[in-house]
Write a protein that binds this ligand. Structure first.
Ligand SMILES: NC(=O)c1ccc[n+]([C@@H]2O[C@H](COP(=O)([O-])OP(=O)(O)OC[C@H]3O[C@@H](n4cnc5c(N)ncnc54)[C@H](O)[C@@H]3O)[C@@H](O)[C@H]2O)c1
Length: 369
């Protein structure tokens, strides 16, 4: 199938729905955006899309969910709040798309419905990817290559941080007064720094696999909660993680850091490899810091829309058979959910928490009865 033939349905006319619609249109795909809230469809046409991309695109079809077409789509994107993801994935399977792209985090930290969703996906002919787009970025590919080439020797420790004051997120949602008006203010719904900035956990896991360390088996967390009106969210979500092959490192996510820091570092025996996202006009930057003081830097210029165009090109490659494996697979996204769930459990109980992959998706000691 040629790229221009793809038909895409996007559930959720919010921030990510607009990004994915624009990226799809950039690839010449047909787009229908659906939302339960008519105001969100209006905002998309009159505010978000023209504000970000210069003008509205009349080829995009906007549709209330109640009237939305079912069936005939190659790709269904789920860009709603996280607590709606699982039932929407299961519902979308009934439409038999070739691929579902569900946004991160896959679900809330209690993993409600995750096992049932996993089984339903496995029994279907549909592939599911999760929106952890940073692992597809050219800068991440460069870090992978440097690790594989042992550019600065054997990996020893790994750090990943996504630390961003959520003023930036509210800037992209000017119609919201504060965290109490959105899932972002509710950690149990997949908001807070644990869910919102889970790109850091996912990137850490990805780089750990590249280092040959395997999956995370134990975490020890510090989770700092805050409140605003009736919202309850983790301001800081910080983990120490250990992997099945003895790899070790730290993950820090927060909604308080200004200016933003989205960063990872692989410390190796003879130096370090750093991944630095969004370094102004330089785009993403990869630095190799040699133990003798030399530094090499590689720039990957990009604008925000490029993140999502890169993600959809990868999906196109999967559907066309040009790529087989995906670092954004549902299995990888669920592994991230297990680490997040274990992190909250460890932070709340103040004890280390191990991850049981065999029973994983059912297990969350915090899940209400
Ligand atoms: N990959 C990334 O870099 C990235 C960037 C932004 C957001 N996200 C993720 O995307 C998701 C949505 O975030 P957002 O900022 O776009 O939120 P948002 O609040 O801007 O938009 C969500 C939209 O979903 C709609 N919605 C709710 N339930 C629905 C349903 N059942 N069917 C159809 N529409 C429904 C809401 O009315 C709202 O308009 C979150 O999981 C977030 O973490 C990912």
């Amino acid at each position: 199938m040629s790229a221009s033939a793809r038909k895409v349905k996007i559930l959720g006319a919010g921030s990510i729905g607009n990004h994915l619609a624009h990226a799809s249109r950039s690839l010449g795909w047909e787009v229908t955006i659906c939302d339960v809230d008519p105001a969100a469809l209006d905002r998309t046409r009159n505010q978000i899309y023209p504000g970000r991309y210069g003008k509205w695109d009349d080829a995009i079809r906007l549709c209330p969910v109640a009237d939305s077409p079912r069936g005939g789509f190659d790709i269904i994107c789920i860009g709603t709040p996280p607590d709606a993801h699982v039932p929407l994935v299961v519902g979308a399977l009934g439409e038999k798309p070739a691929l579902i792209l569900v946004e991160k985090p896959v679900c809330g930290p209690f993993l409600e419905g995750a096992r049932e969703m996993w089984d339903a996906v496995a029994a279907s002919g549909t592939r599911v990817c999760v929106g952890y787009d940073h692992v597809l970025a050219p800068a991440t590919r460069k870090v992978e290559a440097l690790i594989a080439a042992k550019a600065v020797g054997e990996p020893m420790t790994l750090d990943a941080e996504f630390r961003e004051h959520w003023g930036g997120i509210f800037g992209a949602h000017p119609w919201l007064e504060g965290p109490w008006q959105t899932y972002l203010g509710y950690w149990r719904r997949g908001g807070g720094s644990g869910g919102e900035h889970s790109h850091a956990t996912n990137l850490w896991q990805h780089l750990a696999l590249c280092c040959g360390w395997g999956r995370v088996t134990e975490v020890s967390a510090l989770v700092e909660f805050g409140r605003a009106r009736d919202a309850e969210f983790d301001k800081i979500f910080a983990l120490h993680a250990r992997t099945e092959k003895g790899g070790y490192g730290r993950i820090v996510q927060d909604v308080v850091t200004r200016p933003t820091r989205k960063w990872a570092r692989v410390q190796c025996a003879e130096g370090a490899i750093e991944w630095r996202a969004n370094q102004g006009p330089r785009g993403d930057v990869v630095a190799v810091l040699h133990a003798d003081g030399r530094t090499e830097e590689f720039d990957f210029p990009k604008k925000r829309p490029d993140d999502f165009i890169c993600e959809l090109r990868h999906i196109d490659d999967l559907l066309a058979g040009r790529a087989v494996e995906s670092p954004t697979s549902l299995a990888r996204g669920m592994d991230t959910m297990l680490v997040l769930a274990a992190g909250y459990e460890s932070g709340i109980t103040r004890k280390p928490c191990s991850i049981d992959y065999a029973n994983g998706y059912q297990r969350s000691a915090l899940r209400p009865a």
